[in-house]
Design a protein around this ligand. Structure first.
Ligand code: ARG
Ligand code: ZN
Length: 499
C-alpha cells in the first residue's frame, strides 16, 4: 500500500467482493436446515377448508331463527333516530363474536333498511340478502376460535313486521309520535342485525340519539345523557347476557320514577308524561315482588329493574330484561288487583324467561307457565294458601270450560306460540307438581333449577331432571300427562277434573 488513498480503495474493494459474494451465493448455497426445507417445500398459504355457517341455529319450531358457526359476546347498537313518527334512522351495529367453526361466510338475521357498508375486522366484506338472512363473506375465512368484529352500517325506517309465531306486529313499532320495541319472539331482526335466537345471549351497549324533547328507555343502566343541542344521546349498558328478543328501545317523553326495594334492588320506572297518575298504582309493589321472588327463586339476577308504561295500546306486555314494558291497555282501571298480577307476571319472567331462557321455542311453557304460577304465588304471599287455592280453581275452570283456547302446554301450535295453554295449563302443571312432590321439594326444585340454569338456557327435560333429583321420584309419567294430554288432567286433591 503506497498511501492512505490506496488503502481506502482496497478496503472498499474487499468489502464489495465479500458483500457481492454473499449475495450471489446465498440462494443456491443454503446455510441452515430451515432454509433447506424452505427450498424443497415452498411455503404456501395454508388452505382453510372453511364452510358457510348454518342459516338457522336448529330450533325445532322455527328452523330459520338464529344462525350457526359463531357465538356473539357483545352488541353495540348506535342508532340515531331523526324522525320518531316515521322511525327514520341511521345506525351502526357492532357485533363482537367468536367463530365456533372455520367460516367461509356467516349469517345474521336482518330485515329491511338500506345497508351502507359491512366490515369484518375493519375490512370491507361481501354480503347478500334473502328474506331475513343476511349472508356475510369476509375477505379471508375466519378460523374456529377466532374473535371477530362485524360492523353493519344502515339507514331507513323499520318495516312493519308480523311475527311468524303469533298474529301480532313485533319489533320496532311506531305509535304516532312515540315508538316502542316489543320483539318476542322474532322482531329484533327488524331493527338490528342479530343472531336472533335465545341460545346466543350477549351483553349490550345502546347509544340512541333522538331529537329534543324525546327521551329513551332501554335495557340496563343509563350511564350517560349527552346534550348535543337539537338532539340527545342516551347510553345504556346491559352487563348481563340477554336473549336477543328482549332488547328494547322506547322513545317518548317520560317521567322517571326511581326507588329501591327493601332488599336493595334499584328500580326505575318510565311513564309516558301524558299518562294518568292512576296508571302507576299497580307498579307500587314491584320492590316487594322483587324481594319476595328473590327469596323463593334465588337472588334477583340483574343490576336493576323497572317498568315502562306507554300511553298507547300494545295488546300485550313484555318482560324485556331489566325493563318490562306495558301498553296503556294492560292497565285495567276496573281491576287494579288483576293488573298487579300482570306486573308480578312480567317481573317473575326476569328469573324464568330472561335469566333462564328457553333453548328451543317449543318449551315456551317454561317461561309462561312459570310466570303465570308466580301470579298465584304472589296471591298466596299476600293472602294465604286459601287465596292460592281459589286462584287455582278459577284457572282450572277456565281451561275446563273453554278447552278450545287452551292447548296442552308441551306442544303449542307453531303459529300460536302464546296459546292460553302455555300460560294457564302450564302454570297449573307447576301447582300439580307441588301437590305431587310436596312444598319442600317443590320450592327446592325451583331454586335448584334457577341456580343451575341462570344466565343460560334450559329445556323441559332439564327441569324434569331437577325435579326428579330433588324429590327422589320418577316424574316422566307425571310430566307426560300434564304437558302432552289432550285434556287437562284432574287434580283429585282439590276435587278438580273434567269428565
Ligand atoms: N311474554 C309475553 C307475556 O308475558 C307475551 C309476548 C307475546 N309476544 C308478543 N309479540 N306480543 O305474556
Ligand atoms: Zn308471560
Amino acid at each position: 500500500m503506497k498511501n492512505k488513498m490506496q488503502m481506502v480503495l482496497a478496503c472498499v474493494l474487499i468489502m464489495f467482493v465479500v458483500v457481492a459474494c454473499g449475495q450471489t451465493s446465498s440462494p443456491s448455497v443454503p446455510s441452515s436446515p430451515a432454509a433447506v426445507t424452505a427450498v424443497i417445500v415452498p411455503e404456501v398459504e395454508a388452505e382453510v377448508q372453511a364452510d358457510p355457517g348454518a342459516s338457522g341455529v336448529g330450533d325445532s319450531y322455527y328452523p330459520g331463527f338464529g344462525n350457526g358457526g359463531y357465538d356473539v359476546t357483545h352488541y353495540t347498537l348506535d342508532i340515531a333516530v331523526t324522525d320518531v313518527s316515521s322511525g327514520k334512522l341511521t345506525a351502526i351495529t357492532t357485533i363482537e363474536a367468536t367463530a365456533t367453526q372455520d367460516l367461509l361466510s356467516f349469517n345474521l338475521d336482518f330485515i329491511g333498511f338500506k345497508i351502507v357498508s359491512i366490515t369484518v375486522n375493519d375490512v370491507t366484506a361481501d354480503y347478500s340478502r334473502k328474506g331475513q338472512e343476511l349472508v356475510i363473506t369476509p375477505l379471508k375465512p375466519l378460523l374456529n376460535g377466532q374473535s371477530f368484529t362485524t360492523v353493519v352500517r344502515y339507514t331507513g325506517s323499520p318495516e312493519v313486521m308480523q311475527s311468524v309465531a303469533l298474529p301480532v306486529q313485533t319489533g320496532w313499532i311506531i305509535a304516532e309520535n312515540r315508538s316502542f320495541v316489543l320483539s318476542e319472539p322474532d322482531g329484533s331482526a327488524g331493527f338490528y342485525p342479530v343472531n336472533d335466537h335465545p341460545l346466543d345471549k350477549a351483553t349490550y351497549t345502546f347509544h340512541v340519539t333522538v331529537p329534543e324533547p324525546f327521551e329513551v328507555a332501554a335495557n340496563g343502566v343509563l350511564t350517560e345523557t349527552l346534550d348535543n343541542g337539537d338532539t340527545t344521546t342516551f347510553t345504556f349498558e346491559l352487563r348481563d347476557p340477554m336473549a336477543s328478543y328482549l332488547a328494547t328501545i322506547n322513545i317518548d317523553k317520560f317521567e322517571v320514577e326511581e326507588m329501591e326495594s327493601e332488599g336493595g334492588i334499584p328500580i326505575r320506572n318510565y311513564y309516558s308524561s301524558d299518562l294518568p297518575e292512576e296508571a302507576r298504582k299497580p307498579f307500587a309493589r314491584q320492590g316487594e315482588m322483587l324481594d319476595y321472588f328473590s327469596e323463593i327463586y334465588g337472588q334477583y339476577p340483574f343490576e336493576v329493574y323497572g317498568s315502562m308504561v306507554m300511553n298507547t295500546e300494545f295488546e300485550s306486555a313484555l318482560e324485556n330484561q331489566t325493563l318490562s314494558i306495558y301498553g296503556i291497555d294492560m292497565i285495567d282501571y276496573d281491576d287494579m288487583e288483576g293488573t298487579e298480577l300482570t306486573v308480578a307476571h312480567e317481573l317473575a319472567h326476569q328469573w324464568f324467561g330472561d335469566s333462564v331462557s328457553v333453548a328451543d321455542w317449543s318449551d315456551i311453557w317454561l317461561n309462561e307457565g312459570f310466570a303465570t304460577y308466580s301470579e298465584g304465588l304472589w296471591t298466596e304471599h299476600l293472602d294465604g294458601r286459601e287465596a292460592l287455592d281459589d286462584w287455582v280453581k278459577f284457572q282450572y275452570a277456565e281451561v275446563a270450560t273453554y278447552p278450545e283456547y287452551y292447548t296442552s302446554p308441551g306442544k303449542p301450535p307453531t303459529d300460536e306460540l302464546f296459546n292460553g295453554g302455555v300460560y294457564v295449563w302450564g302454570g297449573l302443571t307447576l301447582h300439580a307438581l307441588r301437590l305431587e312432590i310436596g312444598d319442600e321439594a317443590f320450592f327446592e326444585t325451583l331454586k335448584t333449577y334457577f341456580a343451575l340454569y341462570k344466565n343460560g338456557n334450559a329445556t323441559t327435560d332439564n327441569f324434569i331432571a331437577v325435579a326428579e333429583h330433588v324429590s327422589g321420584k320418577e316424574l316422566n309419567e307425571f310430566f307426560d300427562l300434564w304437558l302432552y294430554s289432550e285434556k287437562i288432567p284432574p287434580i283429585p286433591e282439590m276435587g278438580l277434573g273434567v269428565e
